[in-house]
Design a protein around this ligand. Structure first.
Ligand code: HEM
Length: 448
């Protein structure tokens, strides 16, 4: 595994940034919807508000962040830059954003025209993105950095899982739009979406990013080599068992148990690596990783409860913990690393040219804000507190406690506003840094 990233391959700021800006915006929207719908949104998995919230989260918040971050990671960590990246990212972003809004509108209003339009837009968004990324992975297969091979296994698995999730999702939405009976594929859609696309991508990122940014030891080699393959195999086995009639339920449950065990093992190892890291004080991103991994540990008892209950609350709680607690925490925390880094890097690249006189570079470096000043640690920690309160409250709301159902929306609004404020602050700082450097250039003729 490689311990360095090739930051010179960083794509233009306009490539990942719009995806990252979607995160607080869709979170605000989900917060407003949950506030309006109240406890009823959490009462059943199948009511319109619950399905709209699910997809504002999975496509608007998590999907946006993961698609944007992957374009960045493939370039800097794997030497796999995606071709025509500006066109691909711009098109995917617009189609994903409008498609997700329409899908949510379809669920809320039980509105066939919205489902059909969402199917077309989301189908195009994922077709463009997956085709461009698959082409890049194929064309650059011989130039991939040696140390990046291990993370490409979970990344490829995650992309295949995304394609399956989307294909099933599109079929379901198209059927709803045309009033056809729904195929019985919802559990497969959920499994491939959360455990496949979400889980494998997070796992791949953790193998690469935790040792570099959290200064942890490397993951044990057998784990990083075999665990993603085991998970992919278990998901295939689960799907085959689910699709074949007459198989005893016990076989499917055994595969689920192994899947839960695999993810619990990864959470345990990740927590140990974070605990024994070389930096003594946790940063906000570390706290988000802790929140995400503890939430993942909580999924094991929830799965046992759901399987042996059987209780509708347990299923709802498991979904909420996975979406807001595991994936939501890691995505939110990742933004506090990646956004300041990108702004700092692009501010520097705007003025410092390779082979430039080092004296000139030093003059600019004096006015360039340091990376740590783009988002204040205190403000980020406060938002972490709001996020943790929100995820606990959403879990209690899914458990059926009405006061939590009333508070869930407002708490998400608070957390999303905090995140929007912190990212907005970083963008203001970036703009000011560019202005300061322009003024410096005007007042020092030798810099021109
Ligand atoms: C093109 C993208 C997608 C479309 C069109 C889509 C569409 C749908 C539809 C139509 C349903 C079933 C609604 C019903 O039974 O009435 C559904 C359920 C669900 N989808 Fe998606 N989906 C998409 C992507 C995703 C992704 C990427 C994830 C997760 C990462 C996801 C997670 C879920 C979950 C968890 C449910 C079940 C909700 C529940 O049980 O409460 N979907 N989706």
């Amino acid at each position: 595994m490689q311990r360095a990233l090739d930051f010179d391959k960083t794509p233009a700021l306009g490539v990942p940034l719009p995806f990252f800006l979607n995160v607080p915006l869709f979170a605000l929207l989900a917060g407003l919807l949950a506030t309006w719908a109240g406890p009823q949104a959490f009462a059943s998995r199948w009511n319109g508000a619950a399905l709209a919230l699910t997809h504002l989260w999975t496509l608007g918040i998590l999907g946006s962040a993961m698609l944007g971050a992957l374009l960045q990671i493939l370039a800097v960590a794997c030497n796999v830059p995606v071709g025509a990246i500006r066109a691909v990212s711009g098109l995917t972003h617009v189609l994903l954003t409008t498609g997700t809004l329409l899908l949510a509108a379809g669920f809320l209003g039980w509105w066939p025209a919205a489902w059909i339009s969402a199917t077309v837009l989301l189908g195009l968004a994922f077709a463009v993105y997956l085709a461009a990324v698959s082409l890049a992975l194929w064309q650059r297969r011989h130039q991939v950095y040696r140390g990046a091979r291990e993370i490409l296994v979970p990344v490829r698995g995650a992309l295949i899982a995304l394609a399956c999730t989307v294909l099933i999702g599109l079929t379901l939405a198209w059927s709803l739009g045309l009033g056809w009976p729904l195929p019985d594929w919802i559990d497969t859609h959920v499994l491939w979406g959360l455990a496949g696309w979400g889980g494998l991508l997070l796992m791949g990122m953790s193998f690469q990013l935790l040792p570099i940014f959290q200064v942890t030891e490397l993951y044990p080699k057998p784990l990083s080599r075999w665990l993603p393959l085991l998970i992919a195999g278990l998901m295939l086995a689960w799907t085959a068992l689910d699709a074949s009639a007459g198989m005893p339920r016990l076989m499917r449950e055994t595969v689920e148990l192994l899947l839960v065990g695999a993810y619990t093992l990864w959470a345990g190892v990740t927590l140990r690596l974070l605990w024994t890291r070389k930096r003594p004080t946790p940063e906000t991103t570390t706290l988000f990783w802790y929140a995400g991994m503890f939430a993942l540990l909580a999924c094991a008892p929830l799965w046992i409860w759901m399987t042996h209950g059987p209780s509708p609350q347990a299923g709802r709680m498991l979904g909420v913990v996975l979406i807001t607690g595991v994936l939501g925490s890691v995505v939110n925390g990742m933004l506090y690393k990646i956004v300041p880094f990108l702004l700092w890097k692009h501010a520097q690249d705007a003025v410092i040219v390779p082979d430039q006189d080092p004296g000139q570079a030093r003059i600019y470096l004096k006015v360039l804000p340091k990376m740590a000043t783009y988002i204040g640690e205190r403000a980020a920690r406060l938002q972490w507190g709001a996020h943790v309160a929100m995820m606990l409250c959403w879990t209690l709301a899914a458990a059926g406690w009405p006061p939590a159902g009333l508070l869930a929306g407002p708490l998400l609004i608070v957390s999303a506003t905090g995140l929007a404020w912190n990212i907005g602050w970083a963008l203001r700082r970036y703009r000011k840094a560019l202005q300061a450097m322009a003024m410096l250039r005007d007042s020092h003729p030798e810099l021109r």
